[in-house]
Design a protein around this ligand. Structure first.
Ligand code: ZN
Length: 134
């Protein structure tokens, strides 16, 4: 199993993790989980964008990744809210331009546009796609 990166964590809100169901409720469940677990002491301003981007990552993970899919929400103090989605496929998503009819490239393009930083970490066991918002 691929591990989560070790990062600095704020002392207000502990990291939270959700095992994401592989069905159409997943994006809304992920958004609800994010709202419940994100750090409002540091990152109340970025919640709307974080909800949008987590939906895109979860949708990507279900459409193009492989189970199991997990979501992790971490506050990195004032330097960022970090959201990571882990899945069992080592294939990396492409940040290509996508038209309005093309679901597959749009998610990562949005993450690239709106996040403060993002990336993909792969291993033989799968990958973690993450973004931060400040
Ligand atoms: Zn915090």
């Amino acid at each position: 199993m691929i591990g989560w990166s070790v990062i600095r964590v704020c002392d207000v809100t502990p990291p939270a993790e959700l095992n994401v169901p592989l069905d159409r409720t997943a994006p809304s469940m992920a958004r609800a989980f994010l709202r419940q677990t994100y750090c409002d002491a540091h990152h109340a301003r970025v919640l709307d964008e974080a909800e949008l981007l987590v939906s895109e990552l979860i949708t990507n993970g279900i459409q193009h990744g492989a189970p199991p899919i997990a979501l992790r929400v971490t506050c990195d103090g004032s330097s960022g809210l970090r959201v990571a989605v882990r899945d069992g496929s080592p294939q990396t998503p492409l940040a290509r331009d996508a038209g309005p009819e093309d679901d597959s490239g749009r998610g990562i393009a949005l993450v690239d546009m709106l996040s403060t930083s993002w990336g993909v970490e792969t291993s033989e066991a799968g990958k973690v796609t993450w973004f931060t918002l400040t």
